[in-house]
Design a protein around this ligand. Structure first.
Ligand code: M6R
Length: 582
């Protein structure tokens, strides 16, 4: 969460360039933003507006996802010390900021924000007053500060940016006339393909046309320049009202591309993954949010083939997972930067488990800390609500299960998704109706249980309607008490799943307004045997694809309900795309 940018240029550039670059990181947080271009400090609330008249050769910028302190202009970054000598932008959390603040207040520092980050500016201001040189001050900071940070710092009268990293992502992009520091490569992937990735407790001094990297003890280090490639869909919305719909409609293309890559450029990596699964005593997935739901589906597919597979929400991993050298831990993450997943992997590595990952954003922390990493090749996802990444994660896991005997026809998955998207007008009608409710329940079993949870997450995130996704069988053990006349219940009925049909009847009998997503022909057409009005019929075998396709139907339902409510679909309140705090 939070995105940071630093630019040092050979020639003058318009200050608005800082905001142009920052805009590309807006998905990391959009509570407030600001920049410092060596003459002026600008801070604003809300969406980044790329504007500004000035010119500069150096500057830093920040887009915030609030943790410590409310969404106010005082809490927006960059922050300055008392004498405006030091200016910083910070992503992460300084865990011992209260102790540092007390120490600095005793020395006369006055604070103007409620953030943890402001202590960083005062800390360095104090060290410079004590006549420490900046590098020694940074070494002290790395000893004294606890927590996670990617920090960019400018000092009055100094034409450098100092960049410090521990556990929050930081990368240096190299353009012909500029060096650009950023939270991730997307900030500059349209203008360069060369970058240097910071490792923990490293720092760098970036000047016009030159850079130097140091270890925490102040020793100079050599760093390799990586040439990166990243297949990006055109990230312009074009005719689409929202990125979310554009990304759903890209699903046929990106899923076909990913499956093809497993036969070609990712063939060897896929073969190694299969071999690691074969060799391991058990598989444990670690993931959060949507990626967790994909992993739950993966655990279902693998489990069906007799493999010992389970998944855990990454933030609870160490409380519930027993891992050892015979365990294969598979991290699943769109961003590759989710802190809870990184923590789970560190724990797994301490216990000597083998760590592999399936990620979308290349060169991300999770990819780089894995012994083996496959790309899900979904292309850039801009909307905060993850859609095409889920489809590709689940399809890759289904492909993996096929290697162990799971029967599924993946060759027509892209076509089937297209067919489903073609039903969007009918789905919009059902969604509009659903949008008038305050609660919704989504029921699934087996392969559709993870999907029920994923649809509920989509509904909550973008419509703000309270939604619960649960096991159809569990409903009667309590939650059924909440069903009233007209409560929407989305039932995911796989062909011939008599138990799901019974669970649906149980809520229907209590007045629920049924919405059925199914591949069961009894529900097909207005005159279907089941006589339910709101049906999304998916013409597919019940072979593992149904779960993925049912999820696409749910994504569209959530999208159109949110649209009917006029919600900020791509940037829902309180959320960020990349969750880099615990
Ligand atoms: O980047 P990751 O896949 O690790 O992110 C995990 C979750 O934060 C993410 O899936 C989140 O739940 C999305 N907003 C869901 O739409």
């Amino acid at each position: 969460m939070c995105g940071i940018i630093g630019v040092v240029s050979r020639d003058e550039f318009p200050s608005r360039f800082l905001l142009e670059r920052l805009k590309r990181l807006e998905y990391r947080g959009y509570d407030s933003y600001g920049y410092y271009d060596s003459t002026s400090l600008k801070r604003n609330l809300g969406e980044i507006i790329v504007a500004g008249e000035g010119k500069t050769r150096i500057g830093i910028a920040h887009t915030r996802w609030a943790t410590h302190g409310g969404v106010t202009s005082e809490n927006a970054h960059p922050h300055m010390g008392c004498d405006d000598e030091v200016v910083i932008a910070h992503n992460g959390i300084i865990e011992n900021y209260k102790d540092l603040k007390v120490m600095l207040e005793k020395k006369g520092h006055e604070f103007s924000s409620e953030t943890d980050s402001e202590v960083v500016a005062h800390y360095f201001e104090e060290k410079l007053k004590e006549k420490k040189d900046v590098k020694r001050a940074i070494s002290d900071f790395l000893k004294e500060a606890h927590g996670t940070f990617a920090i960019l710092m400018m000092i009055k009268g100094d034409d450098s940016i100092y960049a410090i990293k521990r556990d929050s992502p930081l990368v240096l992009g190299m353009c012909e006339d500029k060096l650009i520091l950023a939270s991730d490569i997307y900030a500059f992937s349209d203008i360069t393909t060369k970058a240097i990735f910071f490792e923990n407790d490293e720092y760098a001094v970036i000047k016009k046309g030159s850079y130097e990297f140091y270890a925490k003890d102040g020793k100079r280090i050599r760093k390799d320049v990586t040439s990166f490639t990243w297949q990006q869909e055109d990230s312009e919305k074009r005719a689409y009202k929202h990125f979310m719909l554009k990304e759903i409609e890209e699903e046929p293309l990106v899923v076909a591309r990913m499956l093809l890559s497993l036969e070609h450029e990712q063939k060897e990596a896929f073969r190694r993954l299969v071999s690691l699964v074969k060799k391991s005593r058990k598989i444990i997935f670690a993931a959060c949010g949507t990626s967790y739901h994909a992993s739950l589906l993966g655990a279902f597919y693998l489990h069906t083939t007799g493999i010992e597979a389970q998944t855990l929400i990454a933030s609870e991993f160490k409380h519930y997972a027993n891992v050892d050298a015979d365990t294969l831990v598979i991290a699943i993450s769109q961003s590759g930067e989710t802190m809870d997943v990184i923590d789970a992997l560190k724990y797994a590595q301490e216990k000597k488990a083998k760590v592999v990952s399936l990620v979308n954003v290349p060169y991300s922390t999770i990819q780089r800390m894995s012994a083996l990493s496959l790309s899900i090749m979904a292309g850039q996802e801009v909307a905060v609500a993850s859609t095409k990444a889920f489809v590709n994660q689940a399809a890759l896991l289904l492909r993996l299960a096929q290697e162990f005997g799971y029967k599924a026809n993946l060759a027509n998955l892209a076509e089937k998704i297209k067919g489903l998207i073609a039903q969007k007008d009918e789905i919009r009608r059902i969604a509009k109706d659903m949008s008038r409710s305050k609660d919704a329940y989504i029921l699934g079993r087996g392969q559709t249980y993870p999907v029920a949870r994923e649809i509920a997450l989509k509904v909550k995130e973008i419509t703000y309607i309270h939604a619960e996704g649960m096991m159809g069988g569990e409903l009667k053990h309590g939650t059924i008490a909440l069903i009233e006349k007209g409560t929407p219940v989305i039932s995911l009925i796989g062909c011939k799943d008599e138990d799901m049909i019974s669970n649906s009847k149980e809520v229907e009998a209590r007045g629920a307004k049924m919405i059925i997503i199914t591949n069961n022909p009894d529900y097909q057409g207005k005159k279907g045997k089941a006589k339910i009005k709101d049906v999304v019929f998916i013409d597919t075998d019940n072979d593992g694809k149904f779960g993925i396709l049912a999820c696409v139907a749910g994504q569209l339902l959530a999208y159109y309900a949110a649209d009917a409510l006029g919600r900020e679909i791509d940037k829902p309140r309180n959320l960020a795309k990349s969750v880099t705090v615990k």
